[in-house]
Write a protein that binds this ligand. Structure first.
Ligand code: NAD
Length: 395
């Protein structure tokens, strides 16, 4: 098996590749095997056996902790660094104060700054809105900066107290209402960080035949962070994509977060590509996920387009309440794997998977989470859903 490499011309992907994967905690143990079967079947069928994936399991989460005493062993990070592209099931955030999410740690270790979340509706999935089929868009969330960068200190801690004193004494900042009892966090937003996420969103729009890119921000209130995000975004777009803008091939507009949330429900068809900062992106993703069937239907990719590193994942958590019952929906992970194949340039296999999921759901074969109010559905288990998807590939 050969390794995927990043070259000046982009990813170089051999026909037989090694892909590291983390099974994940909780329902990860149920959905990952199903997902791998679906992917293997799609690759085999799309390329008549001329391409293949050698899955390399790497440890993280509870299982890793049991075996090695570390939730995210160095070897796991090293494997993703070495093999460039991988797949990940959900991971439990370890209990205890100050312990960070393993998914965030992985994103930071590999500088996976672009969180890409496509949302579309599949006919047959129950939805709380009248016209969920109006949703067909992709959210680009910057995921290394903003208040989620992880720079915050508890009230009463040495650093927190020092920071509070610095604000008051050195910067003469008097806006903190209760300085004696405040905890503090920092919101870094940089020009480089903004420019690289804007480029990904625009490149995606251009390569996926989308005309509209929308900046969602709170720049009217947070002028020097989110406001700067908007200004830098327009600057880089003007500088590097000016001809697309002037020809009308590309339209870049901005909208404040509060107005956007209303529109996300009322007129989601107005959006093609959305690009936003870290915290906004977190909320925005959920508002669309809820409309297209929930977290079980929403895949994600975390990508660094310069180094080529990417980890595709189910966006939901470990779902402790349904573990071991064969009822989890594997679609989020399967669709994430399809995004991975598209990223690798294996588009035929990626499309086979999406079409097979479309057919499965259209026939009323669903898992329990998306079946409740669908009148003609036949609700199946996790494994059976995967088998149905594989079967649909050869129809
Ligand atoms: P969760 O996504 O695990 O569960 C929320 C609800 O959605 C539950 O009712 C669950 O049963 C349901 N659900 C989730 N995935 C489903 C699926 N595939 N099919 C059917 N139903 C599904 O969110 P939570 O309870 O907030 O988090 C539990 C743990 O997972 C926490 O430790 C959290 O930190 C972690 N988490 C990890 C990730 C990740 O690894 N990317 C993401 C979110 C949460």
């Amino acid at each position: 098996m050969a390794k995927i490499k990043m070259t000046g011309a982009g990813l170089r992907v051999p026909n037989d590749i090694t892909v590291p994967f983390i099974t994940g905690d909780g329902i990860g143990r149920e959905i990952m095997p199903v997902c791998r079967k679906v992917v293997d079947a799609a690759v085999k069928q799309a390329y008549n056996g001329n391409r293949s994936i050698d899955w390399l399991e790497v440890m993280a989460g509870e299982e890793a902790f049991k075996q090695s005493g570390a939730y995210l062993p160095d070897e796991t990070v090293a494997a993703f660094k070495e093999y460039l592209v991988g797949l990940k099931g959900p991971l439990m955030t370890p209990a205890g104060r100050g312990v960070r999410s393993l998914s965030i740690m992985l994103r930071q270790a590999l500088d996976l700054y672009a969180c890409q979340r496509p949302f579309r509706y599949f006919f047959g999935v129950t939805s709380p809105v009248k016209y969920p089929d109006r949703i067909n868009l992709c959210v680009f969330r910057e995921s290394t900066e903003d208040v989620y960068a992880g720079i915050e200190w508890p009230y009463g801690s040495e650093k927190g107290t020092k920071f509070g004193e610095f604000l008051q004494k050195e910067l003469n900042e008097e806006k903190v209402r209760f300085p004696e009892t405040s905890a503090y966090g920092v919101k870094p937003v940089s020009k480089e960080g903004t420019e690289r996420i804007i480029r990904c969103a625009i490149d995606y729009a251009l390569s996926h035949n989308r005309r509209s890119v929308t900046l969602v921000h709170n720049g009217n209130i947070m002028k020097y962070t989110e406001g700067a995000f908007v200004n830098w975004a327009y600057d880089v777009a003007e500088r590097e994509y000016g001809t697309y803008l002037s020809s009308g091939r590309l339209r870049l507009t901005g909208i404040t977060c509060d107005a956007f949330f209303q529109n996300a429900i009322l007129h989601p068809e107005e959006y093609g590509v959305i690009v936003t900062s870290n915290l906004n992106g977190d909320y925005i993703s959920d508002v669309f996920a809820a409309q297209v069937g929930g977290v079980g239907m929403s895949p994600g990719g975390n990508i660094n387009y310069e180094t080529g590193h990417a980890i595709f994942e189910a966006t939901h958590g470990v779902a402790s309440d349904i573990v071991g019952r064969n009822v989890a929906n594997p679609s989020s992970l399967i669709l994430a794997a399809s995004m991975m194949l598209e990223y690798l340039g294996w588009k035929e296999a990626a499309d086979l998977i999406v079409t097979a999921i479309e057919r499965t759901l259209r026939q009323g074969i669903t898992t329990a989470d998306i079946a409740d109010s669908y009148k003609h559905s036949s609700c199946v288990g996790t494994r059976e859903f995967g088998e149905a998807v594989v079967k649909m590939m050869s129809i």
